[in-house]
Design a binder for this molecule. Structure first.
Ligand code: NAD
Ligand code: MG
Length: 359
């Protein structure tokens, strides 16, 4: 078992990575402080993995809340069944919420934990590649609003992240690729050796080679843990993790939640950020070609949906949380591994990218 730490002082927590960790009661039990727990999962993941988690809770008061599956359900309304389950049986402030599923379940459960009785403990058991490399680490929780992605939420760190790499065996291919988008993101932001490694090993990752997947998960979590520890609430460096996300969220919201997978939208968004960086003269074309080639090999989309015309795309981008006092800030590239958050760019470069995309 690989063990990493998210170094947040008194709120530091472990990320544990290994095959069949779901069968080991210790990581879970060490992270539970009270004597009750609620597992939140969805109707796809629960039949696959819920019983194995439940087995470790047999001597605690516990139950499971099984939600419908999908990004479209990541709304404020989905919280009610969780709060109701907690209140009906008088679960108190020492209860632990356990998120068992992908990023949607993790974000919802984390937000429920942040708000139930002003905050209870929670544990992440991420079961998609995307959740294992990104969303389960760092304490961003929340739900979508019809007018904007992840607009309602809270920072609330988990007490542990337990990653059973074998859960990826059942993940659909399209979801695996979506997760690879966030993996590639870390290389592009500031990890050139990892980007190089990904170029050499992308086919093994797609073939679900266990050693390759474990390495990619570990390296991604190390990157994320370091950035989160340096800037928990996104006052600075953490914003780099949003590479591709301002463009991507516009696609997700504009097309309707669940049409484009989050990772697919991020892949296309990273490609747009790279193309815009070329327009600005910050990135050379060879680097853009490398980005394109890697995303294409990972079976990710490179071009935005033609349904979104430039005006609508721009309007959707302006709802982003990176907009401060009306200024759109973007994560752009000076090279592979050299991302920068900035509002200082020629706005005509963005116009040209959006016009190119619509053509
Ligand atoms: P998801 O949670 O919708 O999971 C994808 C699909 O895979 C779902 O149908 C799910 O039921 C299914 N699934 C999950 N595990 C499975 C398994 N082991 N076997 C078979 N099927 C399985 O999507 P996701 O890509 O995991 O997460 C995307 C969400 O994460 C988005 O809402 C995004 O906004 C959020 N996110 C949050 C953060 C953060 O920092 N909090 C970061 C990145 C993304
Ligand atoms: Mg993301």
């Amino acid at each position: 078992m690989i063990s990493l730490t998210v170094d947040l002082g008194s709120r530091a927590y472990p990320i544990l990575i290994g095959p069949d960790l779901l069968d080991d009661p210790r990581p879970l039990r060490q992270a539970i402080v009270g004597n009750s727990a609620i597992i939140v999962s969805n109707e796809t993941v629960a039949p696959l993995y819920l019983e194995r988690v439940r087995d470790h809770l047999h001597d605690l008061r516990h139950e499971a809340v099984v939600l419908p599956d999908g990004e479209a359900y990541k709304t404020i309304d989905i919280l009610d069944p969780i709060y109701s389950a907690l209140l009906k049986r008088h679960y108190d402030r020492h209860t632990t919420l356990i998120a068992l599923g992908g990023g949607v379940i993790g974000d919802i459960t984390g937000f429920a934990a942040a708000t139930y009785q002003r905050g209870v403990n929670f544990i992440q058991i991420p079961t998609t590649l995307l959740a294992q490399v990104d969303s389960s680490v760092g304490g961003k929780t929340g739900v979508n609003h019809a007018l904007g992605k992840n607009m309602i939420g809270a920072f609330h760190q988990p007490r542990a992240v337990i990653i059973d790499t074998r859960t990826l065996d059942t993940l659909p291919d399209r979801e695996l690729s979506a997760g690879l988008a966030e993996v590639i993101k870390y290389g592009l932001i500031n990890d050139v050796p990892f980007f190089d490694w990904l170029e050499r090993h992308i086919d093994e990752l797609l073939a679900r080679d266990p050693a390759a997947l474990t390495h990619a998960i570990q390296r991604s979590c190390e990157n994320k843990a370091r950035i989160v520890a340096a800037d928990e609430r996104e006052g600075g460096a953490r914003a780099l993790l949003n590479l591709g996300h301002t463009f991507g969220h516009a696609i997700e919201t504009g097309m309707g939640y669940g049409q484009w997978l989050h990772g697919e939208a991020v892949a296309c968004g990273m490609r747009m950020a790279a193309e815009m960086s070329v327009e600005l003269g910050w990135l050379d074309r060879d680097a853009l070609d490398r980005v394109d080639a890697l995303l294409r090999r990972a079976r990710l989309p490179l071009t935005p949906p033609t349904e979104l015309d430039p005006e609508r795309f721009r309007a959707l981008m302006s709802v982003d949380k990176k907009v401060i006092d009306g200024n759109l800030r973007l994560v752009l590239l000076h090279g592979i591994g050299q991302a920068q958050v900035t509002a200082e760019f020629d706005p005509r470069a963005l116009d040209r990218i959006l016009a190119n995309s619509a053509a």
